[in-house]
Design a protein around this ligand. Structure first.
Ligand code: SF4
Length: 378
């Protein structure tokens, strides 16, 4: 069986209160979340991302990782790093896995954005403990918005000093984030910060960082609402599974798209079903142009010549000229600077829609639970 790239959303529960994600208001019921029995039905994977909500909210995460470890070449867990002891305990048994801790800026900014008391120190302490344990695949993840863009390079330098990975994203809207109104307001300011980061990455000696520079170049393109730099092949050799067992192409769609359900079907049944084919057709014509690592990383491997040529041009051809990367290499950035396109036009190109209520992708029973809780407390 061909190995796939899978993201396992083990829960929609979350202990943080991020300003760009409403998932914490729409949690899944623990009783409905993926069981070990369902996890055993997943196919072999060359890469598995475990995420949430906050995955470490699940006290049985260790058992889940034990199952996934049998069928995955590489596992990375995305977490806010708050549950330090649980993370350390898990990593003692699985020192070969990767951990990405979302940190949204330096202390004050991070805590404001995440709504987690002492969140920065908890996350940072967790990272340091993991490094001191000898964990190799550890890093930061940052979702860039107007409020934290100015700290992008500072945070990169912090991760670099600690010899850690540094992953970036920009604001997105989708059912997964239960959000439709996220938008970057000051695009040139944010793009400038990405430009600075790209030049830092290109200056390094690490080929991995040069390709990260390309990814960040794609983020500038994304925040200006332009067509993706690489095709999106989600649902072909990549999938997401939500806490209910629904298998989806990705987490970027406006409404939840379901290829099948692993609680009631076998993997082969759902993966080769007419419903899965319908979703694949929708992916082919999808115009959301996401640029998140989950959909871009497989595309960068598949269409390697394109990022490789970009890296070659920026790293080597410009060497003699001492020319740095400029955000104005992107035509749309020049057009905006030159007044050829207006902010309103760029806003319309984004996935932000102020007139819609975001879908939450919850089951009826999870939704009932929220209503019941609201009746008690609201
Ligand atoms: S562009 Fe790709 S990742 Fe984004 S919503 Fe469409 S199919 Fe999903």
């Amino acid at each position: 069986m061909k190995k796939l790239n899978g993201t396992v959303i083990v829960t929609y529960r979350c202990n943080a209160r991020c300003n760009m994600c409403n998932r914490y208001k729409a949690p899944s019921r623990p009783e409905e979340e993926l069981s070990l029995e369902v996890i055993r039905k997943l196919p072999p994977m060359y890469f598995t991302n475990i995420t949430g909500g906050e995955p470490f909210v699940r006290t049985d995460l260790k058992e889940i990782v034990r199952e996934l470890d049998k069928k995955s070449d590489r596992i990375v867990i995305s977490t806010n790093g708050f549950f330090t002891e649980r993370i350390i305990d898990l990593c003692k048994e699985f020192p070969h896995i990767g951990i990405r801790i979302s940190i949204e800026g330096l202390e004050e900014t991070n805590n404001k954005i995440r709504g987690l008391e002492d969140g920065f120190n908890r996350g940072y302490t967790t990272l340091k403990k993991l490094v001191s344990m000898g964990m190799k695949d550890v890093g930061f993840g940052m979702t860039v918005q107007d409020a934290n863009a100015k700290e992008l390079v500072d945070l990169y330098q912090l991760s670099d000093d600690m010899n850690m990975e540094f992953a970036t994203a920009s604001l997105h809207n989708s059912f997964y984030f239960v959000e439709a109104k996220n938008i970057i307001h000051d695009r040139p300011m944010v793009a400038r910060e990405f430009e600075n980061l790209i030049n830092e990455l290109l200056r390094s000696k690490s080929p991995k960082k040069w390709f990260r520079a390309y990814f960040n170049h794609g983020l500038i393109n994304y925040i200006y609402g332009q067509k993706r730099l690489l095709p999106c092949d989600m649902s072909f050799d990549t999938f997401f599974i939500d806490p209910y067992g629904d298998v989806m192409p990705c987490n970027g769609t406006k409404n939840k798209k379901v290829m099948g359900n692993l609680k009631s079907q076998t993997w082969d049944e759902l993966w080769h079903s007419p419903q899965a084919e319908t979703v694949r057709k929708q992916v082919r014509s999808c115009e959301r142009n996401c640029w998140m690592i989950g959909s871009v990383s497989p595309a960068m491997h598949k269409y390697i010549w394109k990022p490789a040529w970009w890296v070659f041009r920026h790293k080597f051809l410009s060497l003699g000229k001492k020319k740095k990367y400029s955000m104005y290499e992107n035509k749309i950035v020049r057009d905006y600077r030159d007044g050829k396109v207006k902010k309103e036009y760029l806003d319309r190109c984004s996935t932000c829609d102020m007139n819609v209520e975001a879908e939450d992708g919850l089951s009826e029973t999870s939704r009932e639970q929220i209503k019941a809780k609201c009746k008690e407390n609201c």
